[in-house]
Design a protein around this ligand. Structure first.
Ligand code: MTE
Length: 328
């Protein structure tokens, strides 16, 4: 592992986060990381910020990915931003839908490091800034389907997970990628109780992780990710039930064997490793055929759930020859 101090001309994602947050972060600067992964030369901070917004400090400059747009989903509008950031599952801050927003207000996500280990050429502890190139931030509008049979449409901001993985250089022994959330009960009060085992862990098969749809996410609605949505860095895997989209990631491990996943550990009868959205396979306690569209009022609209959450054309071939009802 190579420890280095960041070069002065590098533009860092923390510089496009709220001022008070990145000023805190500046005191950190241990600069862990490695050359080649985060070497972002040139560019100007002004160019990264969308101009003329009142809250410019929290706004991210993004490239809109025209493969994944609102129009592509056939929707008139995304889910309301307030709804998407107040109706959450993030058990580290409580199990109620409003708990994450209420209980994560004081959480300081930066400074943040992500440890990369296992079967990989470039292991190490990376500063958040060294993993995420702010010039590559894309906005992608995805449908997000929770296993609890509700869905949202969210413009996420992030970079392709595959792109980051390529730079980390997994070896041929890496068959899966495992992810781990921060374990810090002082900062994440929900971890003082045990509705699920801690830390929250998740995993993907290597080809799933490398698929273009898998997004390492740092923002939503053009802004830095709110704490309750998994700041500062989370996964979004849109063809899988929402619980695969692990929040506040501190470790990425390249492994040979299928890694453990929190909901499978907690209840293996109900949750498997793949957790692909499949309207034909009911949850043992409820149907998965339809989903409630969150934010559409008390007489909530419902829609038919689509195979692989509507992404079957893109990712269906990953599962050729597999019995999707057995590998749930
Ligand atoms: N990640 C962690 N670390 N802890 C959690 O409790 N909940 C999961 C997933 N990631 C969860 C998590 C579940 S069940 C869902 S549906 C989504 O996060 C919710 O993401 P959202 O709150 O941004 O909609």
């Amino acid at each position: 592992m190579l420890i280095r101090k960041p070069r002065s001309n590098e533009i860092r994602p923390s510089e496009i986060t709220p001022r008070h947050v990145f000023e805190n972060r500046r005191q950190f600067m241990t600069g862990v990381g490695m050359v080649g992964l985060g070497a972002i030369a040139g560019g100007s901070l002004g160019g990264l910020l969308a101009p003329e917004t009142a809250s410019a400090a929290t706004t991210l400059a993004t490239i809109k990915n025209d493969k994944y747009t609102l129009a592509g989903l056939g929707e008139a509008a995304p889910t309301d931003k307030v709804v998407a950031s107040t109706y959450n599952n993030f058990y580290e801050f409580g199990t109620g839908k409003g708990d994450p927003a209420d209980n994560s207000k004081d959480f300081q996500p930066l400074p943040w490091t992500v440890t990369v280990d296992g079967a990989v050429e470039n292991p190490g502890t990376y500063d958040f800034d060294d993993l995420i190139n702010p010039h590559q931030l894309e906005e992608r509008v995805y449908r997000f389907r929770c296993v609890e049979a509700w869905s949202m449409v969210v413009p996420w901001v992030g970079i392709s997970l595959g792109e980051v993985i390529r730079r980390l250089g997994p070896t041929s022994n890496a068959k899966y990628v495992a992810f781990e959330t921060l374990y810090d009960p002082e900062r994440m009060p929900g971890q003082n109780r045990s509705p699920i085992p801690w830390p929250y862990v998740e995993g993907l098969r290597m080809d799933e992780a490398m698929h273009d749809l898998s997004l390492l996410t740092v923002g939503m609605y053009g802004e830095v990710l709110p704490n309750q949505n998994g700041a500062p860095i989370r996964l979004i895997v849109p063809w899988k039930y929402g619980f695969k989209s692990i929040k506040s990631i501190v470790r990425i491990s390249f492994v040979e064997d299928q890694p453990p996943c929190t909901w499978n550990i907690a209840n293996a009868r109900e949750y498997g490793f793949y957790s692909n959205v499949n309207p034909e396979v009911d949850h043992p306690r409820w149907s998965q055929a339809k989903e409630r569209i969150v934010g559409t009022g008390i007489f909530a609209e419902r829609r038919k759930t689509e195979m692989l959450n509507g992404y079957a054309d893109q990712v269906g071939s990953l599962y050729d020859g597999m019995d999707m009802s057995k590998y749930y």
